[in-house]
Design a protein around this ligand. Structure first.
Ligand SMILES: NC(=O)c1ccc[n+]([C@@H]2O[C@H](COP(=O)([O-])OP(=O)(O)OC[C@H]3O[C@@H](n4cnc5c(N)ncnc54)[C@H](OP(=O)(O)O)[C@@H]3O)[C@@H](O)[C@H]2O)c1
Length: 331
């Protein structure tokens, strides 16, 4: 099969190679998928570049963890009816697995694979694993949000957009921080009732105005350290903050007394470290949302053929994208 891989971490143009490799076969409990789309997430780029904390544990890595395609083999112990199904997947190149989705085929446990509704394109399906599942856990980890207020920071990001959409679907009034008018329009398209430019406006003041001084019930944070200067001020009594990244300051000072006084739950998390049952519930939660909201946008920031995978990785590194960059392994 044609695949992309790297054997050492480093710059995309230097370490990413495209060539032929033996195709995998579905082992016990596995399905094999003929991949039509491979989602590139910031963590895939950090793992390849060496900017990740996880190091490099394999002789060869096929990058990218998310993807979508059609099942063409069911291994021992897997229902043969899987064959021919359109699917999306998570954990392709995570949890001890070296071979991800930047290849014509992947074999992986069927528990990471979910049927893709016909109204979702393969490229859109490749945006669901990390972005939508992270958003789902970020929004719902502390329980239902119906009737609550949720602040999504970075509401136009790949994860943030889905977080705003999922919180709105869950019945919350959603606010989002953004860096400008174009991103504000995108967060509003996802479901945000109001946006706040975190670069030019006083976030705590705006949230006080929007909530009648009460604060929000939940915050889903893309930048825990960056949000910290105002974060404890905007959360209501007994509220919760879930944080999936902290890129501007990975070791922010934590004002314990401000969080304790309001009894604020703080939940930093990494999707692939969630307990298997939670990961599974998250996957089914995304599936339920997809089917309930078939017309919801599922943003694809751009598509690249496999031969141009280094350009796809560079596009993620450059930032400023809207949605998920997708590589097409059959292209
Ligand atoms: N914990 C997990 O399991 C998990 C899962 C997925 C992603 N992540 C991490 O989450 C981060 C974002 O991933 P992504 O795929 O959503 O990336 P993305 O599509 O590039 O989106 C990031 C968004 O955050 C905005 N942003 C950056 N700093 C901000 C701040 N201080 N306040 C508000 N908005 C801010 C950016 O826009 P502006 O800069 O224009 O504001 C951009 O819209 C990455 O570090 C990624 O590795 C973690």
């Amino acid at each position: 099969m044609r695949a992309a891989w790297y054997e050492q971490q480093g710059p995309a143009e230097t370490v990413l190679k495209v060539g032929e490799m033996p195709a995998p076969t579905a082992g016990p409990g596995e399905v094999r998928i003929r991949l039509a789309a491979s989602g590139v997430n910031p963590a895939d780029v950090k793992l390849r570049s060496g900017k990740s904390n996880y190091g490099h544990a394999f002789d060869r890595v096929i990058p990218n963890s998310d993807g979508a395609g059609i099942v063409d083999q069911a291994g021992p112990g897997v229902q043969p009816s899987w064959v021919g199904k359109r699917v999306w997947l998570v954990n392709g190149q995570r949890l001890g697995r070296a071979f991800g989705t930047a290849a014509e085929y992947i074999a992986l446990p069927s528990k990471y694979v979910t049927e893709l509704p016909d109204f979702v394109s393969f490229a859109e399906g490749a945006t669901l694993g990390i972005p939508a599942m992270t958003a789902y856990h970020g929004v719902f980890a502390d329980g239902p949000v119906a009737g609550k207020t949720v602040l999504v920071t970075g509401g136009a990001g790949a994860v943030g957009f889905y977080a705003a959409a999922l919180a709105a679907w869950g019945g919350a009034r959603v606010f989002a921080t953004v860096s400008g008018p174009e991103k504000a329009a995108r967060a509003e398209a996802a479901g945000a009732a109001a946006t706040i430019n975190y670069r030019t406006e006083a976030v705590a003041e705006r949230i006080r105005d929007l909530t009648g001084g009460r604060g929000v019930d939940r915050v889903v944070s893309v930048d825990f350290g960056g949000d910290m200067p105002w974060l404890p001020e905007v959360v209501a009594l007994n509220g919760a903050v879930s944080a999936y990244a902290s890129d501007t300051d990975r070791t922010p000072a934590f004002p314990f007394h401000l969080f304790a006084r309001r009894n604020i739950t703080v939940r930093p998390f990494i999707l692939n470290s969630l307990p298997p049952a939670v990961l599974d519930a998250t996957r089914w939660g995304v599936d339920a949302w997809l089917r309930a909201r078939p017309d919801a946008p599922r943003p694809v920031a751009g598509t690249f053929p496999l031969a141009e995978i280094s350009s796809a990785h560079l596009a993620v590194e450059a930032g400023g994208k809207f949605g998920t960059i997708v590589v097409e392994p059959q292209g």
